[in-house]
Each structure stands twice: as structure tokens, then as C-alpha cells.
Design a protein around this ligand. Structure first.
Ligand code: PHE
Length: 359
């Protein structure tokens, strides 16, 4: 066989072998490798071209044309295979990522505020709309704010009635003093009045103070930690009538209906006169039922006219100014509004209960 015929034969077999391997390639990267193997600088075609040099000069263009034709054919075949592989890969991907758009969506569950927090927020908002400024105080208090300044001196029996949790003494500078978990929100009266005066103001002063309080107590209607909202106002000529008006407006707004209220004489060291406040039973409209124990009335809070000693303890002129104050149990009111029978439900964190109460 002449040199040129042998080269032609080489080209032909190279082409058919190449086309076959292109067709078998399973991936784009494999094709890429084949392109390098055949058409690359050190590829099979270049190898053949090296033989061209041995031909007599007049034959070189002939074989040159053959080489070019083969090159074009292989390049075209590679392009074609690449295109069809790309189409196939796309189809496979579409198949793999197929989603059924007719399936119902997965809904996400949204959380809700705890019913007590909701109640606290609602109550605070009502008072704040009436013009009371929101204040807060620490849950770990000293005896001065929780007792002394509220007209409960050390030997006073009311201290024993408060079932106080004492905490380890806190060192404050050189001195350390007994500290306790506040048993009510009334110490915020003292703190808020002091701050108000320190800032150089004069009464009138109207404050709502929501917060957590602690007493060593645990049964259907008591928990060692519960919440109170303290409300008070100091001004000239404040009377029980103001107290009653604010209470009536608050309770009717909170319960979203007209509620009747009743003030019963009571005793608190920090108010004089003092009264416990009952509301007409919201379950039986005052007819008498299991919840109100047949009386038609439910006790919801303690109240009274701020004792002159309390005003004096912060340096307010008790001759010129007077004030009313009350403290209500948040859990109690939420239970009444939502018909919850046991206070402990609030703190057991049973999701079914919380979900039903959340909104
Ligand atoms: N601090 C009282 C209590 O916790 C409630 C109260 C507040 C009574 C303000 C009168 C005035 O029982």
C-alpha cells in the first residue's frame, strides 16, 4: 500500500473508532475527554498529521484535505453528542426534581403569646389608654420597698401573712441587707413615686405597673409565682369615687361588657380606707352559680386610698395630696374572662391548653 493510501486508511479507521466512542460517551465530561484525545494538540489526529511530512510534496495537500474533513466530521459529531447529552441531562433533572403542584401545602404552625402575657398586655393597654404611665420594678426587692415604705413595719403581722420567699443576702457595697422575691407589685408605687419626685415633678402622677410576684402558696387558685397589675394615682382631691370610676371602666372594657362592682371594707396597711372589690359574676350574671359559690359576686382585687404614711415615706405632702391604689391578680381575671377552672393550667405548659387559649 502506498504511503498516502495507508494514511487515508488510518484516517478512516480513526474516524469510525472515534464516532463509535462518541456515541457511547455517557457524560459531558467524558465527551470533553474524547475531544482532547482526538482533536487536541497531542491527540490522535495530530499523530496522523505527523506522517504527512513523509509524503512527497504534491501529495501533501490531498491528505491535508482528508485530515481537515475528518477533523470537521469529528468536531461536528462531538457537538451533536454534546447537545443530545445536554438535552438528556436536562430531562433527567426535570424528572428528578418533579413536584406535584396539586398537593396541599405544608402549613407552618405559628406560636402565640401565653394567655397570661396576653391578659397582662391587654390590661396594661387599657390603663395606658386612660392616661396611666407604665412603670416596672425589680422582682428581687428589699424589705424597705416591699414592706417598710408601704407602712408594714418589721413587727407587723402582715409580713407573716405574705408567705415571703427570702433570697440570699445581696452585698451592696459595704452593707448587705435581706432581700426577697416581691410579694406584690405595690413596691413599684414607692419606686415610681420616688423616681418621679427625683426627676423634679409634682403630682399629679398616674401609674400602671404590671409584673410578676411570688408567694409561698400552691393550690387550685394559687401559684407560687403569679402576676399582678398595680394601678395608682396621686393628685389633689383624689377620692374613692375616682377609684371606683377607673375600676368600673377598666373591668367593663376588659370583660367587653357592663360589669357591676361592689366595694367591701377590708384592711391593707398601705391603704386607708381599704376595700376589696368584687364584680358581679360574669358566668351567671349575678344569679349565683358554682364559680361564685352562689353569692353572685367574685372577688378580683384589693384597693383603697393610699395611706398618708406611704405618701410621707417618699416625701409627698400628705396634707396636700391624696391617692388611690389597687392591685389586681392577672391570672384571676384571665380565668374569669376565658372560663379557665384551675390556675395551675397556666403553668403546666400543656400545649393543647396553650393552643386553645392562644390567639
Ligand atoms: N398589694 C395588695 C396585694 O397584693 C393589693 C393592693 C394594692 C391593695 C394596692 C390595695 C392597694 O394583696
Amino acid at each position: 500500500m502506498s504511503e498516502i493510501d495507508s494514511l487515508k486508511a488510518q484516517l478512516e479507521s480513526l474516524q469510525s473508532e472515534a464516532l463509535e466512542s462518541f456515541a457511547l460517551a455517557a457524560s459531558l465530561s467524558e465527551l470533553q475527554q474524547l475531544r482532547v484525545n482526538y482533536l487536541g494538540k497531542k491527540g490522535a489526529l495530530t499523530e496522523v498529521l505527523k506522517g504527512v511530512g513523509k509524503l512527497p510534496p504534491q501529495e501533501r495537500p490531498v491528505i491535508g484535505q482528508h485530515v481537515n474533513a475528518t477533523k470537521t466530521a469529528l468536531a461536528a459529531a462531538l457537538d451533536g453528542c454534546e447537545a443530545s447529552l445536554a438535552v438528556k441531562a436536562k430531562a433527567e433533572r426535570i424528572e428528578a426534581e418533579r413536584i406535584d403542584v396539586t398537593l396541599p401545602g405544608r402549613s407552618s404552625t405559628s406560636g402565640a403569646l401565653h394567655p397570661v402575657q396576653q391578659g397582662l398586655d391587654e390590661m396594661t393597654a387599657i390603663f395606658s389608654q386612660m392616661g396611666f404611665a407604665v412603670a416596672e420594678g425589680p422582682e428581687i426587692e428589699n424589705e424597705f420597698h416591699n414592706f417598710d415604705a408601704l407602712n408594714i413595719p418589721p413587727e407587723h403581722p402582715a409580713r407573716a401573712m405574705h408567705d415571703t420567699f427570702f433570697v440570699k443576702e445581696f452585698a451592696e457595697g459595704e452593707q448587705s441587707e435581706p432581700m426577697l422575691l416581691r410579694t406584690h407589685t405595690s413596691p413599684v408605687q414607692i419606686r415610681a413615686m420616688k423616681r418621679f419626685l427625683e426627676e423634679g415633678h409634682e403630682p399629679p402622677l398616674a401609674v400602671v405597673a404590671p409584673g410578676r410576684v411570688y408567694r409561698c402558696d400552691y393550690d387550685v387558685t394559687h401559684s407560687p409565682m403569679f402576676h399582678q397589675v398595680e394601678v395608682f394615682k396621686v393628685d389633689r382631691d383624689v377620692s374613692m369615687a375616682h377609684l371606683k370610676g377607673v375600676l368600673k371602666h377598666f373591668l367593663s372594657t376588659y370583660f367587653e361588657k357592663e360589669v357591676s362592682i361592689r366595694l367591701r371594707p377590708h384592711y391593707f396597711p398601705f391603704t386607708e380606707p381599704s376595700a376589696e372589690v368584687d364584680i358581679g359574676c360574669v358566668f351567671c350574671a349575678g344569679k349565683g352559680c358554682r364559680i361564685c359559690k352562689g353569692s353572685g359576686w367574685i372577688e378580683v382585687l384589693g384597693s383603697g386610698m393610699i395611706h398618708p404614711n406611704v405618701l410621707r415615706s417618699v416625701g409627698i405632702d400628705a396634707e396636700a395630696f391624696s391617692g388611690f391604689a389597687f392591685g389586681l391578680g392577672v391570672e384571676r381575671l384571665v380565668m374569669l374572662k376565658k372560663g379557665i377552672p384551675d390556675l395551675r393550667l397556666f403553668f403546666e405548659n400543656d400545649v393543647r391548653f396553650l393552643r386553645r387559649m392562644g390567639s
